[in-house]
Design a protein around this ligand. Structure first.
Ligand code: TXA
Ligand code: MG
Length: 319
């Protein structure tokens, strides 16, 4: 029997009973629980097989609740929250003592955002507590952008996926921390770097190599299909070099011709990066089901959301 349902009151009941529920957001589906319930939070980590040191994002229904979560809001954090919430920006700020260590992996900072999806906003407004929600996928596999993706992963381990349709942004939120009150990007994501800089001025991107314990979303291998995956800026020649392998291809807008291409997904015929981002994970899910020998993806232009897409595709290629 399917665990997918549109019944918000059922999700409310489960969450009030310290259970966990998969929920839609504009970026990806999350696996959600009451931030103050040790039972629910432990169950999130166990269901995902996620190490406990890897902290969770707290989801609140409005910016007004930020002072219930964090101890201090730098000026540029306030500006970014006002400009982008509800929306795909997560701020990492000094936490209040009332935020459990289980949420933050023992750190003194907490990640928080206001998601932009009518279903989760309705849900949050009917609860007396915020929701911790990592992406609803087993640790390091492809994030889910439809209720069906989540069901495939967790049909035997959770009771409900709250259906909110296809996620409109399609890759995770951009995560921003602060050092000496200046913003620094921990994870590229659904809000383009240029849009952030228009609000906050020049922003540094944390070097992946120095980051891993801070934001495991930046771990080299993450968001990865089981099928070997290659990212290239020379897709035609890379395809030619595969011999007789059964190939799956992900391209931005141009259809390729080669007899070894079994399956080909065009992310945006009009070269719209937002559309491409929204379809990226579904393309990886679809190709990964087809028992191909290799998935080959075309590198995106390195600006705007193209930068975030390239980041995810790079992590998908690591073994
Ligand atoms: O779009 C999103 O952000 C989705 C939806 C469901 O909101 N959530 C998501 O959560 O991507 P998750 O857990 O898959 O990724 C959260 C990332 C992790 O890499 C984690 O390490 C980082 O946020 N993070 C959380 N708290 C942190 C903290 N205090 N300091 C540094 N990084 C933190
Ligand atoms: Mg994740």
């Amino acid at each position: 029997m399917s665990i997918i349902s549109k019944d918000i009151s059922k999700a409310v009941a489960l969450l009030n009973a310290e259970d966990i529920v998969a929920i839609p957001t504009e970026t990806v589906y999350g696996l959600a629980g009451n931030i103050y319930s040790e039972k629910a939070i432990t169950s999130i980590f166990e269901t995902k097989k996620r190490p406990f040191f890897n902290p969770l994002i707290v989801h609140i229904p409005s910016i007004d609740q930020l002072p219930n979560i964090v101890a201090y809001i730098p000026e540029k954090a306030q500006l970014l929250a006002e400009a982008f919430w509800p929306g795909p920006i997560t701020l990492v700020l000094k936490k209040l003592d009332t935020i459990p260590d289980l949420i933050t992996g023992g750190k003194d900072t907490v990640a928080v955002r206001v998601p932009n999806h009518p279903t989760i906003l309705k849900l949050l407004n009917q609860l007396d507590f915020p929701l911790a929600a990592p992406s609803a996928n087993p640790f390091s596999s492809i994030s889910p952008t439809t209720a069906e993706h989540v069901e495939t992963y967790f049909i035997d381990s959770i009771k409900m996926v709250l259906d909110g349709g296809h996620c409109t942004s399609g890759i995770e939120s951009t995560i921003i921390g602060f050092e000496n009150d200046e913003p620094i990007i921990y994870r590229l994501g659904s809000t383009a770097l240029e849009d952030i800089e228009a609000v906050a001025g020049k922003v540094k991107i944390k070097n992946t190599k120095e980051v891993s314990p801070d934001a495991p979303g930046m771990l080299a291998r993450h968001y990865a299909p089981k099928t070997q995956t290659i990212l290239t800026d020379d897709i035609i020649n890379v395809i030619k070099r595969q011999g007789n392998k059964r190939i799956g291809v992900i391209v931005f807008n141009t259809k390729l011709k080669n007899p070894n291409i079994i399956s080909q997904i065009i992310l945006s015929e009009t070269r719209n990066m937002a559309e491409a981002a929204s379809k990226l994970y579904d393309a990886l899910h679809q190709l990964d089901k087809q028992h191909l020998d290799v998935i080959i993806a075309e590198q995106f232009p390195d600006y705007g959301l193209g930068k975030s897409i390239n980041d995810r595709l790079t992590r998908a290629t690591k073994s």
